[in-house]
Design a protein around this ligand. Structure first.
Ligand code: URA
Length: 246
């Protein structure tokens, strides 16, 4: 967005797209004086309002800050035991977000996926171009995982992963080079730039080991904040977005 140019949207459409209800329902909110912008109750649901990232600081709905408008990106500490897809059975990461957000337009999607039994840094966004930029192998955005292993490292894994020749079972292309940093005989950081299905678990399986616990702590230059508990999330600000590609 160029400096000084704030996009405008019709109030009823904005609130409907944020999940506050049908056009009829949001009209009723306006009529009841529950939509306040800069301290003034708005009277016309068809009025154009500015849609800037600071909208939640300026607008309230029934006394509460309005939800952040699109484009919105969430940084979540994904807990163990929840899935990243609407289609998979079980509790999903979307259930950890406000219920109203399921009706947002555009909808939210995870940027890549973590397995049900993987914890750590997960990004969720309604920004399609951002999503594609992060997951595209051409962007080379590194993802760092901390893996706990069943058996001690043998010593040659770092060279095997770095070679860029490792083939995973059933795949036609070799994996891009990856960086292994041992932390103890049975723990290591593994940094990869692709996002193939179960990639980290399959890489260790390919060298005769087995991952017993997996946690992602970094995407690009963005780290999982130490003070973000499993299941907690926050809106990613401009600096956080820039850190992904730093
Ligand atoms: N690799 C895996 O095996 N699982 C994940 O969740 C992420 C990367």
């Amino acid at each position: 967005m160029s400096a000084g140019k704030v996009p405008m949207a019709r109030l009823d459409r904005l609130l409907a797209n944020l999940g506050y209800g049908s056009r009829r329902e949001v009209n009723a909110l306006v009529r009841d004086g529950r939509v306040v912008l800069d301290g003034v109750a708005l009277k016309d649901a068809g009025a154009k309002v500015p849609v800037s990232p600071d909208l939640p600081a300026r607008m309230t709905i029934s006394g509460k800050p309005v939800d952040p408008p699109a484009p919105l990106t969430i940084l979540m500490h994904k807990p163990l035991g929840v899935v990243c897809s609407h289609k998979e059975a079980g509790r999903s990461v979307y259930e950890l977000l406000p219920h109203r957000w399921r009706a947002r337009m555009p909808g939210l999607s995870t940027i890549g996926r973590l397995d049900k039994e993987t914890s750590g840094l997960l990004l969720i966004t309604d920004d399609g171009p951002l999503l594609h930029r992060v997951i595209s192998p051409r962007s080379h955005v590194a993802k760092r995982y901390r893996a706990t292993l069943d058996r001690p490292l043998g010593g040659d894994e770092a060279a095997v992963f770095a070679a860029g020749t490792l083939m995973l079972e059933g795949e036609a292309d070799a994996l891009a080079p990856a960086v292994l940093e041992p932390l103890s005989p049975t723990e290591a950081y593994l940094t990869i730039t692709e996002g193939r299905y179960h990639q980290v678990r399959r890489m260790f399986a390919a060298v005769g080991n087995h991952v017993t616990a997996l946690h992602r702590d970094r995407i690009g230059g963005l780290s999982l904040p130490d003070d973000l508990e499993p299941g907690a999330w926050r809106v990613l600000d401009e600096a956080g977005l820039a850190a992904i590609f730093a």
